[in-house]
Write a protein that binds this ligand. Structure first.
Ligand code: BES
Ligand code: MN
Ligand code: ZN
Length: 507
């Protein structure tokens, strides 16, 4: 979606979007169009029982008295609730309403109704951001789409007072959306196209944005003793990779903010990158197994986040580490009962080869700490089916050894509309992963499956502030939301970008 900003003025042709507040009260540009159409807009609104509710729309086609093809009246709801998220939703609603029914360019007159605290320029920037987010499509493999079903909307002209200001506010948001789009594209790719080597190559492209990228191959990882990650990888014809991405946007001499977490190391993000999870020898049932192409969702968020931070030149030192493997059954695959030695030296009895994400993360987390000495570390993983049972598809599971970090993540989530919910941890749960033969086993039984997975990860984290986000439920959406079309969501990119801006970025 191409976005441009210009001074207001009622267009003479094409499709125009205007707005109404609570109770259907027309904003000034809508009033103007209503009088030009001799009251047709207000009549149409009344006929459609339009009350200005958030996200509701009325369409007037080929209105007489104008040269316009279409007027779309958008409801904004209660003005006091019009924050950045509500404006993003508004952009998403307009995008959804107009995506497939004709126009390629649409003019939107953004006005904040009386009582809305947000300045029009800022509102316009968030509107644009929401439209871009909703306009995402993954249709590269659709070669036979018929013309009628094909989306037409390609550009939004946003008309607003102070378009320059809107442009300035939009610029960093635009980069964050680029990151979300990258993540969504990656989780959408099938596993025959996206495997550890090809995903590592994609991460490499971040070098164009000024990110330092390093790719470790199997030999490197063997030398480092990453027996847990390599054990998962050994059943696949695709060799594993471990990628580090280093963005240092802190200019010399600037003071560094260091909370939560001490020292001046970077903030680190670690992602599970299982490019396909068949379960391995503990093979999964056939139904729904295709979903496991997005078992690299954590790694995709880390890549998208690094792209967002570098793209908007965030004043932060941030690193990303992603462990990339394919979990397959074969004659060389690891077996239930195998014991592997992790990079940390701790041994793991692999009871179930389908609990592979934690094995990959064990070594990635350790490598991250040894290499970067981070001040804080946050991992993301589509780790457990249990988190979907517990929290469903709208909230990610949060686990942390640090209350401040947990709180900051929760607040960041609220601000960007990506909810996280903290779950407990503790010694009683840790007991569930005791092994009779090794330092631990990789599963803890049926109860509290997401918590025991987090306990497992914790054993590979030192005393630095650490948080784990279980994103198994939120990585793929079965239904549209205003700014998230169904499919890969990119959940986590906006959340962690916000966390960085709130906590780790120098002003
Ligand atoms: N990748 C899965 C978790 C998952 C399930 C993600 C559904 C997204 C949707 C993970 O590797 C896995 O298989 N976990 C097992 C763990 C069990 C064997 C302890 C699970 O949740 O069933
Ligand atoms: Mn699995
Ligand atoms: Zn998995």
């Amino acid at each position: 979606m191409k976005i441009s900003f210009a001074k207001p003025g009622v267009p003479e042709s094409g499709t125009v979007v205007v707005m109404a507040g609570e109770g259907g009260k027309l904003c000034p540009a809508a009033e103007t169009l209503d009088s030009r159409t001799e009251g047709a807009l207000a009549r149409a609104a009344k006929a459609a029982r339009f009350k200005g509710a958030r996200g509701s729309t009325v369409t007037l086609l080929a209105p007489a008295g104008t040269g316009l093809d279409r007027i779309l009246l958008l409801g904004l709801g209660a003005p006091r609730d019009l924050n950045d998220l509500a404006w993003q939703d508004a952009g998403g609603h307009v995008c959804a309403a107009l995506a497939v029914n004709g126009p390629s360019t649409v003019s939107v007159i953004v006005e904040s109704p009386a009582g809305c605290k947000m300045a029009p320029a800022e509102a316009a920037a968030h509107f644009a951001c929401g439209a871009r987010l909703r306009g995402f499509r993954f249709d590269k493999y659709m070669t036979r789409q018929d013309d009628d079903g094909k989306p037409t909307l390609a550009a939004l002209r946003i008309l607003v007072e102070a378009p320059g200001e809107a442009r300035t506010t939009f610029a960093p948001l635009d980069k964050v959306v680029d990151g979300v789009v990258l993540t969504r594209n990656l989780v959408s790719e099938p596993a025959n196209v996206l495997y550890p080597e090809s995903l590592a190559e994609t991460a490499r492209r971040l070098e164009d944005l000024g990110v330092k990228v390093k790719v470790l191959d199997e030999k490197d990882m063997r030398k480092l003793g990453m027996g847990a990650l390599l054990g998962v990888a050994q059943g696949s014809a695709h060799p594993p990779r471990l990628v580090t991405m280093d963005w240092n946007g802190v200019s010399e001499g600037k003071s560094k903010k260091a909370k939560p977490g001490k020292g001046d190391g970077p903030v680190a993000f670690v992602g599970k990158g299982v490019t396909f999870d068949s379960g391995g020898i503990s093979i999964k049932p056939a139904a729904g197994m295709e979903d496991m192409k997005w078992d690299m969702g954590g790694a995709a968020v880390v890549i998208g986040l690094m792209a967002a931070l570098a793209g908007r030149k965030a004043r932060v030192h941030a690193v990303g580490v992603i462990g990339l493997v394919e979990n397959m059954p074969s004659g060389t695959a690891q077996r239930p009962g195998d014991v592997v030695t992790t990079m940390s030296g701790q041994t793991v009895e692999v009871i179930n080869t389908d609990a592979e994400g934690r094995l990959v993360l064990a070594d990635a987390l350790r490598y991250c700490q040894d290499t970067f000495k981070p001040r804080a570390m946050i991992d993301l993983a589509t780790l457990t089916g249990a988190i979907i049972i517990g929290l469903g598809e709208h909230t990610a599971g949060l686990f942390a050894n640090n209350d401040k970090l947990a709180k900051a993540l929760t607040q960041a989530g609220e601000r960007v509309g990506e909810a996280v919910w903290r779950l407990p941890m503790g010694e009683d749960y840790d007991k569930q992963i005791k092994s009779d033969i090794a330092d631990m086993k990789n599963v803890g039984g049926r109860s509290a499956g997401s918590i025991t997975a987090a306990q497992f990860l914790k054993r590979f984290v030192g005393d630095l502030p650490w948080a784990h986000l279980d994103i198994a439920g939120v990585t793929w959406a079965k239904a549209d939301k205003p700014t998230v079309p169904k499919g890969g969501t990119g959940f986590g990119v906006r959340l962690l970008d916000r966390l960085v801006a709130d906590v780790y970025e120098t002003k």
